[in-house]
Ligand binder design. Structure first.
Ligand code: SAM
Length: 392
């Protein structure tokens, strides 16, 4: 097996269970590694630190799956990881038949995302090394979950960085284009094949519950970047008089409408528009809302985008503050690791000063418990939400 020896202080980092080795942290490589090859990792004094896979063409050269000399990478190891991930999710008693089973590094399987939607599985591979383990993952998923079908999604972004090619396709059994799931007392259609990400934002489950708690019957609500209506449906189910749900994707909105019908819910106005422009229109019309949700896509994929992203967040915040009623609430989320909760706090502070409205924070939320994260890699905690009350 190819051996990777790392520099002194890097060995210490790995002993603290940090799962990545950057190119520049490597002292020596024994052998000629190809992308995705398994490697044994050693410290500078040649003591074995663990096992991982390598991609010599990327900045993150090695990702470790094991920190134990006796635990080499094998199908058995992958199956064991999947099994303990499943046992953890069972313990959570999730109030839904849809959940994230594997959250990449958070479940010690870097480069792998697995979501379960009722009896179907959607998986996404983001590294070359995981492509090489795909059959082990597939076989283990079939053995453990006995699903009706497994569908593969791909990320062009990841394929470009890592240099592999995979297709979106059914890998096992049959998978319908749209799967019906339930969450609490609501049902949703999930567009697995043509939808965004793996089809449904499972990570916002806890936030949807918090929004349900905040809304009171009779409220007028706004769901910006609504996708297929996760928040909007919860608002109307709680008894909101009216919800305006805005998204730029016609496909997502159409499914949102179907979702409302599926649950026999009326009172949601679905608007296909750029949320930034629509907010301006609402202010001009003098519309006012009791609860506003702002859940944009990731504005900052890399550090270089942070400044622009913050400008976008500030604009959203200022505009929302202008149309929220006194005593109303705004929930704002960031799904980019680079936009931290402190960034959100700062944006809220600046926006409230600009608009001269007093606010207080009433809560925070993060990705739900089936999206575990590890302290060694703060970027595994990517989703944050801040809830504010605007009391003047
Ligand atoms: C993070 S998702 C929202 C998830 C949603 N809140 C849920 O719980 O299902 C972001 C959404 O923003 C939409 N979007 C992206 N840019 C937009 C824009 N400028 N205006 C309106 N919608 C936009 C995307 O189509 C996507 O559905």
């Amino acid at each position: 097996m190819i051996e990777v020896r790392v520099k002194d202080r890097v060995g210490e980092k790995i002993k603290g269970f940090f799962p990545w080795i950057y190119n520049l942290e490597i002292l020596e490589i024994k052998g000629k590694p190809k992308p995705g090859d398994f490697v044994k990792v050693l410290d500078s004094k040649k003591k074995v630190l663990g096992y991982g896979y390598i991609n010599p063409n990327t900045k993150i050269a090695v990702r470790l799956l094991s920190f134990d000399e006796k635990e080499e990478i094998s199908k058995e190891l992958v199956k064991q990881r999947l099994l303990s991930a499943l046992e953890y999710r069972k313990r959570l008693n999730i109030n839904s038949n849809a959940f994230r089973l594997i959250h990449s590094e958070g479940d010690f399987l870097p480069g792998l995302i697995v979501d379960v939607f009722d009896q179907y599985v959607v998986m996404e591979i983001t590294t070359y090394g995981m492509v090489k383990m795909k059959n082990w993952v597939l076989e283990s998923l079939v053995e453990l979950l006995k699903p009706k079908g497994i569908y593969q999604k791909v990320s062009d972004y990841a394929m470009n960085i890592e240099g592999f090619e995979e297709e979106e396709k059914i890998l096992y059994g049959t998978v319908p284009e749209v799967i019906k799931i339930w969450e609490g007392d609501l049902e949703f259609y999930v567009d697995v094949v043509k939808g965004q990400k793996t089809g449904f934002y499972l990570d916002q489950r806890k936030a949807r519950k918090m929004i349900r708690d905040l809304v009171k019957p009779g409220d007028v609500c706004l769901d910006l970047f609504c996708h297929t209506g996760g928040f909007a449906l919860n608002m109307i189910k709680k008894g909101a008089k009216k919800v305006i749900a805005v998204d730029m994707s016609e496909r997502a909105l159409n499914l949102g409408k179907e979702n409302a019908k599926l649950n026999g819910l009326e009172g949601i106005e679905w608007v296909e528009e750029n949320a930034f422009h629509f907010l301006r229109k609402l202010a001009k019309e003098g519309s006012e809302f009791d609860v506003i949700v702002i859940d944009p896509p990731s504005f900052a994929r890399t550090k270089a985008h942070v400044e622009n992203a913050l400008r976008g967040y500030k604009e959203l915040c200022v505009r929302a503050l202008k149309i929220v009623k006194p005593g109303g609430y705004i929930a704002i989320y960031s799904c980019s690791f680079h936009i931290t909760r402190e960034h959100l706090f700062e944006v809220i502070l600046q926006a409230s000063r600009d608009v001269k409205r007093a606010v207080r924070i009433v809560g925070e939320s993060f990705q739900d418990l089936d999206h575990p994260w590890i302290l060694q890699m703060p970027n595994t905690l990517y989703l944050k939400g801040v809830y504010l009350e605007v009391f003047r």
